[in-house]
Write a protein that binds this ligand. Structure first.
Ligand SMILES: *Cc1c(COP(=O)(O)O)cnc(C)c1O
Length: 397
């Protein structure tokens, strides 16, 4: 019940134990095509270029940024948590001239602030996190795509923490490139990074295509400034996933089975239903935590559905309490990074773990841990408040 990774759906684990097949076996290329179609639904996009980068979420971020950014490009990174700093760091390593705007952790940007920063810095690319798990907040993006389009700016976002459990609309929000991972709301293991690219982004990346010697055909262009990573070269990866099937890496077969199954489960449930399930159990957790007397961290109006930050009560050893939750109850909760380490716990209700039983057991265990730490709590208050909330929702429905 931490901020991710979370327990994988057992169906995903079973899918990953299937036998390997060759990378050009029609079964394998068929799975790749199916996975592309499934993730178009997950990302809510018509983008042809929707595929999996092999590696954790960070691999998706690196692939997107190294393929889009040419040294010297101006990249604007609005930062409201730890993962914004990661985007800045990666963009810098790609040779970008990075312009940063920062908000205090626990808040997000207004569209007007972002537009003003665009006008001041004239970037080629705006790189921004959607849900930053470090603070539990999601930057509203529904107006940002239109602003970027008006100023001729490409828009990239990292939706690792939010995708599948929060409303996310790649096309309707006008986002060019989105990357994610499986270990949050998608209920899978880390190690696969779904990515989608708009035709405009594909055009920019394809113009930088430099095909490796050894598989290069006569007449293929050789580019003076190729994309600076071979493994994360999306121009070549697109040819591997596309009809050319030009060899690049060997697609991570078991990971692909897992990524495919995560999307199958989500599409079967229905994306609005999955978002609603995350809202329901995330809100039940919030009611329970408040009834335990805990104070929530950050601007609750923009909190992600799937994770909540709580201030660690005075007198409690935050890491000791986490160890007790894990040791006595087998329940993992998280702390946070940097300025929030030891100040805030993060409790997730995501993917396979966004369920009523997990919410109630976590609240019951946390009550005992708080009590043993000397915090005055009313017996049964957390579980009771969550049950009352569930009952109210059932009546409303
Ligand atoms: C959890 C998370 C990641 C994780 O990246 P990995 O490479 O999979 O560890 C990246 N970005 C955001 C916003 C996250 O919440």
């Amino acid at each position: 019940m931490g901020p991710g990774p979370i327990n994988a759906d057992p169906r995903v684990l079973r899918a990953m134990s299937a036998q390997l097949v060759g990378q050009y076996d029609p079964a394998m290329t068929g799975y790749m095509n199916e996975t592309m179609a499934l993730y178009r639904q997950v990302f809510r996009t018509a983008n042809e270029a929707t595929l999996i980068v092999d590696g954790t979420s960070r691999a998706g971020i690196e692939a997107a940024l190294v393929s889009l950014i040419e040294p010297g490009d101006v990249v604007l990174v609005p930062i409201f948590g730890r993962f914004g700093h990661l985007l800045r760091e990666i963009a810098e390593r790609c040779g970008a001239e990075v312009q940063v705007r920062e908000r205090e952790w626990g808040t997000v940007f207004t569209p007007a602030e972002i537009e003003e920063a665009i006008i001041q810095t004239r970037p080629k690319l705006l790189a921004i996190v959607h849900g930053d798990t470090s603070t539990t907040l999601a930057q509203p993006l529904d107006e940002i795509g239109e602003i970027c389009a008006r100023h001729g700016v490409l828009l990239y976002t990292d939706a690792t923490a939010s995708l599948g459990g929060n409303t996310f609309e790649t096309d309707a929000w006008g986002i060019d490139v989105v990357t994610a991972g499986l270990q949050k709301c998608l209920g899978g293991p880390s190690g696969s990074a779904p990515i989608t690219l708009s035709p405009r982004a594909v055009e920019i990346i394809t113009a930088r295509k430099s095909i490796e010697a050894g598989i290069r055909a006569e007449g293929d262009p050789v580019i003076a400034q190729p994309i600076r990573s071979n493994y994360f070269d999306l121009a070549q990866i697109l040819d591997y996933w596309g009809p050319k099937r030009l060899n690049h890496h060997t697609e991570a077969t078991s990971a692909l089975y897992g990524a495919r199954e995560c999307a199958v489960i989500l599409v079967e449930e229905g994306i609005p239903a999955a978002v609603e399930r995350h809202r329901l159990h995330g809100t039940a957790m919030v009611h329970g935590l408040r009834a335990l007397g805990l104070t929530l961290f950050g601007d609750q109006s923009v909190k992600m559905t799937n994770v909540v930050g709580v201030e660690i009560p005075a007198g409690i050893d935050g890491d000791g309490a986490r160890a007790a939750m894990l040791g006595d109850y087998g329940i993992e909760i998280g702390t946070s990074f940097g300025p929030l380490h030891g100040r805030v716990w993060r409790i997730g209700t995501m993917g396979y773990n966004a369920r009523r039983d997990t919410v109630l057991l976590t609240l019951a265990a946390l009550e005992q841990v708080l009590r043993r730490g000397g915090v005055a709590v009313t017996g049964g208050s957390g579980v009771g408040a969550a049950l009352d909330f569930y009952a109210g929702e059932a009546t409303a429905a």
